[in-house]
Design a protein around this ligand. Structure first.
Ligand SMILES: Nc1nc2c(c(=O)[nH]1)N[C@H]1C(S)=C(S)[C@@H](COP(=O)(O)O)O[C@H]1N2
Ligand SMILES: [Mo]
Length: 235
């Protein structure tokens, strides 16, 4: 039997391309390499050409929860665990300051958010390049996407291109309005946003789902898997 959904969430069948509407028409500049910049309070800035290099592949099956209340059940993501990347590459090579425990992330489309390092080290947090047995498409975040199953979808950064180690008291820039980005955004605790209670945001966000799905679908590019080369470009 399927487990109960977290508070305020409703299951939907299709996994649609989604986000803040200004991002509907923004796409990654490159989809051919899983490159990542690691910067901030580090002893060594890293420009990783392939974050997967030398790391064991992993698979995680998890539900995906958007803050606007839709959830898709049992997505099967493949990639590498963030904790493996951290302990085998970031920690020994970038050597961030011990108090720089806030990780600000950036997508190639300009999206921004952050999470405490501790949250990212959970075993189910993945850097993904495959979804449900297929190469990740551009619509779902190719070439490299973070997947943070215990947190609302806006922490699962698509087109991930940069991680910056910051001190928690420095804060971080967000994609949309500040109240919409909770510093933790844990689904189980209904941490939807910063100032307003989760149950209230349910009712504010729900009416926006259909039009947002439509806006993103109109702008979508269709499948553009990693290493597909030229051809499958923008429509
Ligand atoms: N780079 C980037 N990451 C993003 C977004 C975005 O617009 N840009 N939208 C977020 C939101 S609000 C959600 S719900 C999910 C949607 O993922 P999907 O488009 O693969 O369905 O991606 C999240 N990550
Ligand atoms: Mo979302």
């Amino acid at each position: 039997m399927e487990s109960k959904l977290p508070p305020g969430q409703r299951a939907v069948e299709a996994f649609h391309r989604f986000g803040l509407t200004p991002f509907a028409k923004r796409f990654p500049r490159q989809t051919h390499s899983r490159s990542l910049e690691v910067c901030g309070h580090v002893q060594q800035v890293l420009q990783l050409q392939d974050v997967f290099e030398g790391l064991e592949r992993a698979e995680v099956q998890s539900d995906f929860h958007c803050v606007t209340t839709w959830s898709v059940r049992s997505l099967r993501w493949e990639g590498v665990r963030f904790s493996d990347l951290y302990w085998q590459v970031l920690h020994p090579q970038a050597r961030h300051d011990p108090d720089a425990t806030l990780v600000a992330m950036r997508g190639q489309d300009g999206a921004r958010t952050a999470l405490p390092l501790e949250d990212l080290l959970a075993p189910e947090v993945l850097l993904a390049d495959r979804l449900n047995g297929e190469p990740l498409t551009m619509d779902h975040g190719a070439p490299l996407r973070l997947v943070v199953p215990g947190h609302y979808g806006y922490k699962s950064m698509k087109y991930l291109c940069r991680l910056e180690f910051r001190r928690p008291q420095e804060g971080y820039a967000v994609s949309g309005l500040r109240f919409m980005d909770h510093p933790r955004a844990r689904v189980a605790l209904e941490e939807r946003g910063r100032a307003l209670p989760g149950w209230l945001l349910r009712w504010l966000y729900r009416p926006l789902i259909a039009s947002t799905v439509a806006t993103f679908a109109r702008a979508a590019t269709g499948p553009a898997p990693l290493n597909s080369g030229a051809g499958e470009g923008q429509r």
